[in-house]
Design a protein around this ligand. Structure first.
Ligand SMILES: *Cc1c(COP(=O)(O)O)cnc(C)c1O
Length: 462
């Protein structure tokens, strides 16, 4: 047996490890990472020795530990995962997945120069907003449009432009928290608008707005109840009525409709979600929405409405701070183009495709994946197809429970918790949930190319 001093002395020196063939052979790993990892690993071994919970120093184990750590450090931290949760717009998992054409558009402008702010016809400086403004107008029927970083930025810009130092009238039933402790009232205050609350949590009437309007009113704000529902004894003033009131009193109405729904999904058996077109038809002065919720594009905030107000926003200095990046713009234009034909949009935009996917197709997918898993890991787990519910997520359609099929896996040799952890920590993390000692994988949010990875990963783990 070595004693502690002998063990410490037996630790290999950094130089010796650096000259080891396996470490020398690491191609493309920055030297900084290699040296840092060797030092960290040796420090850890030293600490273990001093804590007296170690065996004799084992050179091979140290090298192995260093190689594994370097492999982990070399992986991209921000990477692809497989979404087995059934939540289509999972904010923690990146919300909308882009359509193929949107991905191609990003690669195209990212890997070369582009006409981001260049007017090719005239050979002079152009506007970055020109690439999508016409499209947004064509699809929604709006007179003008502008895009910024996200919907929170869109609301802030609209209020800062139209209601700075003046009252923005809003119903108490609409003062919502969006998520990540981001709150509409706080966004409003930051914009410089003065919050003027009317009505009560469950009921707000047209006369509440009428009574609140005075000389210092900047805008009437309406916020869509996207991530919650007030049920029972309730009343909310429709956008049409608010717009009539705004027109009569010469006050612009700003509507935040949250998820930018551009087509009527009630046709597909889902609850009607207000469309942008519906707001524009009502004559709303300004409407704002997210690009990466049901719309299915990149993170962005879209502002559409009357030309005079959009023109004022374009001139606001805040627009520069909130401006949309060129990669986002490319993805957004390509996504919007798909909406020129509704069938194409449903087929090509992954979120819409998942949302409207026929239940019998989901069932046959489940059967196919179950068969493949059984073929490779049959004695290691019990596997069943169960009926379940998917969710829209991303703060959209909170009460919608969409029928789906899921695989329920019960590992025979390890605990479900251990399998969940290992799936989550695999090369391509597979995100699942546990229900009664079973791993649940919802079929709705999987892509066909995920199947092989799931089968192989399960086989490796078990
Ligand atoms: C999601 C949501 C927002 C925030 O949109 P982001 O694009 O995430 O900034 C604001 N308002 C409503 C009603 C929403 O649903």
């Amino acid at each position: 047996m070595q004693d502690n001093n002998e063990r410490l002395k037996a630790l290999p020196k950094v130089d010796i490890i650096l000259n080891d063939k396996r470490i020398e052979g690491l191609k493309g790993v920055p030297r900084l990472i290699i040296i840092e990892t060797i030092r960290e690993t040796l420090d850890l071994v030293r600490k273990n020795i001093l804590a007296k919970d170690t065996n004799a120093v084992n050179y091979e184990n140290i090298i192995e530990e260093i190689l594994t750590t370097i492999a982990n450090k070399s992986k991209m931290h921000f990477r692809r995962v497989i979404n087995g949760t059934g939540t289509i717009l999972h904010t923690n998992l990146g919300r909308a997945v882009l359509a193929k054409s949107a991905v191609e558009a990003v690669i195209n402008v990212a890997s070369s120069y582009s006409n981001l702010e260049f007017d090719i016809d005239k050979g002079i400086r152009g506007s970055r907003y020109s690439h999508v403004e016409e499209l947004i107008c064509k699809i929604t029927g709006a007179e003008a449009a502008l895009v910024v970083n996200n919907n929170a930025a869109a609301i802030m810009l609209a209020l800062s432009t139209l209601s700075k130092g003046r009252a923005a009238i809003v119903s108490r039933g609409q003062l919502v928290e969006i998520g990540g402790s981001f709150r509409i009232p706080e966004v409003m205050e930051l914009s410089g608008a003065k919050l003027y609350e009317v009505g009560t949590t469950n009921r707000t009437h047209l006369y509440d707005y009428e009574n609140a309007i005075c000389e210092n009113t900047g805008v009437i704000l309406r916020v869509h109840q996207s991530n919650y529902k007030i049920l029972g004894f309730t009343e909310e003033v429709t956008i049409d009525k608010l717009v009539n009131l705004g027109n009569k009193m010469n006050i612009p109405v700003v509507e935040d409709i949250g998820s930018g729904m551009l087509l009527d999904i009630s046709k597909y058996g889902l609850t009607y979600e207000p469309t942008v077109q519906n707001s524009i038809i009502s004559g709303v002065h300004v409407v704002t929405f997210s690009g990466d919720k049901l719309l299915g594009g990149p993170q962005s905030g879209i502002i559409a409405g009357k030309k005079e107000y959009i023109a004022m926003m374009k001139k606001n200095q805040l627009t520069r701070a909130l401006r949309i990046d060129k990669l986002t713009l490319a993805a957004l234009e390509a996504t919007l183009r798909l909406y020129l034909d509704e069938e194409t949009a449903i087929k090509e935009i992954p979120g819409l495709n998942m949302l409207t996917r026929n239940i019998s197709l989901i069932k046959s997918d489940a059967q196919r994946l179950m068969k493949n898993i059984k073929n490779s890991s049959k004695d290691k787990l019990e596997i069943n197809i169960i009926k379940d519910f998917s969710q829209v997520g991303g703060g959209s359609m909170p009460l919608e429970r969409i029928d789906t099929y899921a695989l329920a896996l019960k590992p025979l040799d390890i605990k479900a918790e251990e399998l969940e952890l290992k799936l989550r920590n695999s090369e391509v993390p597979i995100i699942t949930r546990i229900n009664k000692d079973q791993i649940i994988i919802d079929m709705r949010t999987l892509f066909p190319e995920d199947y092989k990875l799931i089968v192989n990963t399960l086989n490796q783990i078990l």
